[in-house]
Design a protein around this ligand. Sequence first.
Ligand code: SF4
Length: 275
Amino acid sequence: MSTIIYPSPIFGPVHSRRLGISLGINLMPADGKICTFNCIYCECGLNEDYRPSLPRPTRELVAEQLEAKLQAMAAEGQLPDVLTFAGNGEPTCHPHFAEIIDDTIALRDQYCPKAKVSVLSNATMIHRQAVHEALMRVDNNIQKLDTVDPLYINKVDQPVIPYDVNRIIDSLKAFKGHVIIQTMFMRGEKERRREGEKEKLRADERSSGISVDNTSEQYVAPWLEAVKEIKPQQVMIYTIDRETPTQGLLKATHDQLDQIRDRVIAAGIPCTASY
Ligand code: SF4
């Protein structure tokens, strides 16, 4: 299994399938992962396998290292297209997320005013006023909504805090269109890993493998209704791209992604698919 724990607080630049040349900002410790989800497809691995011992970077360290990196990139004549908050976990969990966004916007304006500021988030903290307001100030507010089915969320995203999908949808609506929805579609079955997991499954899954397929109508139709309610500026659908910490997961097919993308576009919402 190959997973990635990113340097902190700055990494890259890297080429992102969805965002272009991207300089990464990682608000998590450099030696592990902290996330309010524990997605079975997470490229950083499962939370329990990568518990950090170092603290999160401070607001001051993030600003200092971001400025140094932008100065070095400017000297080389290669500035980023996007400054992306991502890395080893959920960026909005950082206690100074809002202030760090302000610092980053100020540095972007000074060194690379054409670059966009993007945040990749799992939406679990967007009910917090300061987080909501900070996300309203970034260019690309990219929020995860893999499904609206609570059972699927429990077995695939595996929230480690209470998660109410209807509350999340209400908070996504509160962005009033200043939001991009990102959704992972995949197929396959996952291994059972935890004691007690059986109780959360449907009866037909207790004896066979645990299906993680969210490409069928049972999942796509209600997800699409929620997307229409949220009225995002864009939807990004994608599938597994790298090795995953959980065995048995399969990519959604080109055709499946294209069909879902076309349904979103038919609803009047721009949508891209990454294969
Ligand atoms: S939300 Fe992102 S960082 Fe967190 S577990 Fe899922 S894929 Fe990993």
